[in-house]
Design a protein around this ligand. Structure first.
Ligand code: HC1
Ligand code: SF4
Length: 574
């Protein structure tokens, strides 16, 4: 431990602390901009400068270690002026059209400018010419908004261990872009959107599909069906100032109905359907000597990662489409038939916590009888914007219920899909009963919950040993796959999600500022909301969902039937 003085307050902290951490410990708030805990601790923006007695220059507190007897000032005139001129310098080469910016009122640069009291930019300089890259279905990169903080670069490089983005060119011409300034659409980017989540400004954002959806809602000839992913209910409230991880299922449904969607369904129904298909696929592979370990296929970021980086595992992927794609396929066939609606006049919208889903839904394989399974994907953030555009007072909404006909039932197994380990737990609830040949009381597989990088378990089911593993985030996925490749580990079934934490922390979820991220693990808080919903549901096993049973009886036949294969399964690019 060391003792130091910050703004006349004596503080005792571990030796390993930075000044920023020590100040926080003492309840002193130092502004930051490029800093992102555990990801980007580089001292590049020099907004967190402090004055250290005896030192010649001001120091960046986010990287400067504490030492015994230090005397620090965080709020002297010199400090305030230096911070201000550093931010002014950033602003001098920034596209400052805040009023029309995607991050207006939700931008860390805007907040810091306001907090520092910046009123004019004294050195108005030449701006570099930039081009917006909006070629991909998922992500837009706008260099005119970029402040070169490096948060996205280090997230992609060190958290995801993918490394699509980097600093290119030098000096005044420096930009953050894929190598050779390629479009994101032409780079092996998986569209996980973790770079968007890390971005403090609007330099990286999702492709905006809101207008497309408004147009369909306004078209009286089109029957617009919306479905919401499990994780959306755990994030949407944050767009309206609710604490991280507040479960807003009922208000969300209410808002969707007010927005004018003709039908409001929960993707959870299709998550139950996925468990039926994937569970039986696994049983089939185990019983018939198929390719093992089988690996889950619901995370499109993970699928792209596998296709680009581990093509040798493509045969291990479950052939199941992801739940929202299955839902789309069922809406355009079974639902259309039962309700006597022309499938060509149905427009399916998926609200997802994910940016990669926008690209997934546009894959050529994702269709049924030549019609797209899903016609538009909006992120949780985009839904938040639609609700604001419609001037709906979200916080005052009464809870409402999803539509109940045909595809309205869902179980707790579907809800937990949105958290890491959830798909595995949901699958086990069904597979265990099939293998044991009886109903199992305890459905809580607590050993595979939580945010450890890699989770493993070995279960005895029906006298057989079933070995499973879970990885989330592509860095841990790579670690796990390398162990499988080298023969160090053998499993029957693996769950992989492209984002650390699973869908709850997908690239389409509401932005959380770096300041809040210093104290809160968003993965944990949002996952709680899903396990909470699981626990209060009466039905918690996918195969007990009555409407799923009916769907098989009336339409699909058995799990993995020919028809099920045609509508609900897919293939991958090697
Ligand atoms: Fe997910 Fe899934 S869990 S992939 O994270 O399998 O996006 O929430 O909707 O499709 O159900 C996302 C979440 C989501 C699908 C399901
Ligand atoms: Fe990297 Fe994911 Fe961003 Fe692509 S979307 S650049 S893979 S962080």
């Amino acid at each position: 431990k060391v003792t130091l003085t910050i703004d006349n307050i004596n503080v005792e902290v571990p030796k390993s602390y930075t000044i920023l951490q020590a100040a926080k410990h003492a309840g002193i708030d130092i502004p930051t901009l490029c800093f992102l805990k555990d990801v980007n601790e580089v001292g590049a923006c020099r907004v967190c400068l402090v004055e250290i007695e005896g030192a010649r220059a001001l120091q960046a507190s986010c990287v400067h270690p504490v030492s015994e007897g230090m005397v620090i000032k965080t709020n002297s005139k010199k400090v305030r002026e230096a911070r201000k001129s550093n931010v002014e310098l950033i602003l001098s080469n920034h596209n400052r059209e805040c009023l029309t910016c995607d991050r207006n009122r939700n931008c860390e640069l805007q907040s810091i400018s306001e907090e520092l009291g910046i009123r004019e930019i004294p050195f108005e300089g030449e701006k570099i010419e930039t081009i917006i890259d909006d070629k991909s279905f998922s992500i837009v990169r706008d260099p005119s908004k970029c402040i070169l903080c490096g948060r996205c670069v280090n997230t992609c490089k060190n958290v995801q261990k993918i490394g699509i983005l980097d600093f290119v060119n030098r000096g005044f011409d420096t930009q953050v872009a894929p190598a050779f300034e390629k479009s994101m659409a032409d780079a092996p980017c998986i569209y996980c959107g973790q770079c968007i989540v890390a971005c403090p400004v609007a330099a990286l954002r999702e492709k905006d599909d809101v207008e497309k959806v408004w147009d369909m809602i306004d078209n009286p000839d089109i029957h617009v069906v919306v479905q919401t992913a499990p994780a959306v209910r755990a994030g949407l409230g944050e767009c309206f100032g609710l604490p991280i991880g507040t479960r807003v299922t009922g208000k969300m449904v209410s808002a969707l109905k007010r927005l004018g969607f003709d039908k409001v369904y929960d993707t959870n129904f299709a998550a139950d359907l996925t468990i039926m298909e994937e569970g039986h696929e696994l049983l089939g592979r185990i019983q018939n000597g198929g390719k093992l370990p089988m690996i889950t296929s619901c995370s499109p970021g993970w699928i792209r990662y596998c296709e680009f980086n581990y093509p040798e595992f493509i045969e291990n992927l479950s052939t199941c489409k992801s739940p929202h794609q299955m839902m789309g396929a069922i809406i355009k066939t079974y639902y259309a038939e039962k309700h006597n609606v022309d499938p060509k006049k149905i427009f399916v919208v998926s609200i997802m916590p994910c940016t990669s889903k926008k690209t997934e839904s546009s894959r050529s394989e994702m269709n049924v009888n030549g019609l797209r399974d899903v016609d538009a994907v909006l992120t949780t953030r985009e839904l938040g914007k639609m609700i604001k555009q419609a001037r709906i007072n979200f916080l005052e909404l009464e809870d409402d219920k999803f539509d109940e006909d045909l595809l309205g039932d869902y179980t707790g197994a579907g809800v937990i899909f949105g958290a890491t380990g959830g798909v595995m737990e949901a699958a086990l609830r069904t597979v265990a009963e099939v293998l044991e040949g009886k109903s199992i009381e305890n459905v809580d597989y607590k050993e595979i919950r939580g945010i450890a990088d890699i989770k493993e378990a070995s279960l005895t089911l029906g006298g057989k040993e079933v070995r499973i593993a879970i990885a989330h985030g592509t860095a841990s996925a790579a670690k796990l796959l390398d162990m499988v490749k080298s023969g160090e580990r053998e499993y029957h079934f693996i769950e992989i999600m492209g984002c650390s934490g699973g869908c709850v922390t997908g690239g389409g979820q509401p932005h959380v500022s770096a300041k809040i991220l210093m104290d809160v693990d968003v993965r944990v808080e949002r996952a709680k909301a899903l396990y909470e919903e699981d626990a209060i549901l009466e039905l918690r096993k996918s195969h007990e969902n009555p409407q799923i049973k009916k769907l098989y009886d009336d339409f699909l036949g058995k799990p993995n039937s020919h028809k099920a294969h045609e509508l609900l399964h897919t293939h991958y690019a090697a």
